[in-house]
Design a binder for this molecule. Structure first.
Ligand code: GUN
Length: 290
């Protein structure tokens, strides 16, 4: 039976370090601005949690809650103001944005040195070039790496890593981090041939596809480290009519019977995303303080 990787605990450790660093930063508070456009319920939950944790860390926390009809020009205006505001060290625009707004344009308008999500091309490029010292790395993959290192240690040299999913937010940056850690990395996606066989070659298997319980137990190499990035809400008729439950992209019970270590959903990767956002913001504040 696999060890269960306690992401909540590791996230608390990270937040503890962020609090200490914040307290030690004389003269300034790290400032985090979170911008949400529209009423997507999942986004509202995430954003509230980000703002709450920022306050808990002792940050100057600002939230801009904008109506779904907000124009792209208005949003770009707010970002320009936040870019110019010396009390703000991190800017996060919650995705997805409404269809009438070009998300790419908005992300590229964020000053790279305040891009704590790591989505600006400057930060994407630095990560791709292996310049990890000066890049802001996207929070979910950065948090997943910390969990992998807790299980495997820092030396991942020569391990086979398979990342299922090729998104800009998780799959691609995750693959780059694993490559920088000297893994042999394969990115799999919806067109990959014989995905189960490929997945079985993985010492480290990362699932980030957004498909409930897609990765089955017989996709997992015995002893592998399985990182489940998925958060999917599915119907749970066994709990009563209209009830739902959260599941990952991995069929947990089956996979846990084979894996060496596995992240649960909830309580695995999820809490790490917010913790790493706090870490990126405090780092940004230190860099701004010189
Ligand atoms: N939507 C889903 N994940 C993320 C994330 O990590 N950052 C932002 N800004 N939006 C998201």
């Amino acid at each position: 039976m696999a060890d269960v990787i306690d992401g909540k605990k590791v996230a608390e450790d990270v937040v503890g370090k962020v609090k200490a660093l914040t307290a030690a930063l004389a003269g300034t508070k790290p400032g985090l601005a979170v911008v949400i456009v529209g009423e997507d319920p999942a986004s509202q939950v995430y954003v509230a949690s980000k703002s709450r944790t920022a306050k808990e860390c002792g940050f100057h926390s600002v939230q801009h809650t904008l109506k779904a009809e907000t124009s792209e020009a208005e949003l770009l205006g707010i970002i320009a103001d936040l870019n110019a505001d010396s009390a703000i060290h991190g800017i996060l625009v919650q995705l997805p944005l409404p269809d009438h707004i070009d998300a790419g344009k908005v992300i590229q308008a964020i000053a790279p040195e305040k891009d704590v999500d790591g989505f600006h091309f400057i930060n994407v490029g630095k990560l791709g070039a292996g310049e990890l010292e000066t890049a802001f790395v996207p929070c979910t993959p950065a948090g997943s790496m910390l969990l992998i290192e807790r299980v495997r240690g820092k030396d991942l040299s020569g391990l086979n890593a398979v990342v299922v999913g090729r998104s800009n937010i998780v799959g691609k940056p995750m693959a780059n981090l694993l490559l920088a850690a000297n893994c042999t990395v394969t990115i799999a996606h919806s067109r990959t041939k014989d995905l189960p066989a490929l997945a079985r070659t993985a010492d480290i298997l990362v699932a980030a596809v957004g498909r409930p319980e897609m990765v089955k137990g017989d996709w997992v190499k015995p002893g592998a480290t399985v990182i489940d990035v998925g958060i999917n809400r599915i119907a749970a008729p066994e709990k009563g009519e209209g009830k739902t439950r959260l599941v990952g992209d991995v069929a947990y019970a089956e996979a846990a019977a084979v894996a060496g270590a596995i992240t649960p959903v909830p309580g695995g990767v999820g809490p790490m995303t917010i913790a790493m956002l706090m870490a990126n913001t405090v780092i940004s504040a230190y860099l701004a303080a010189g």
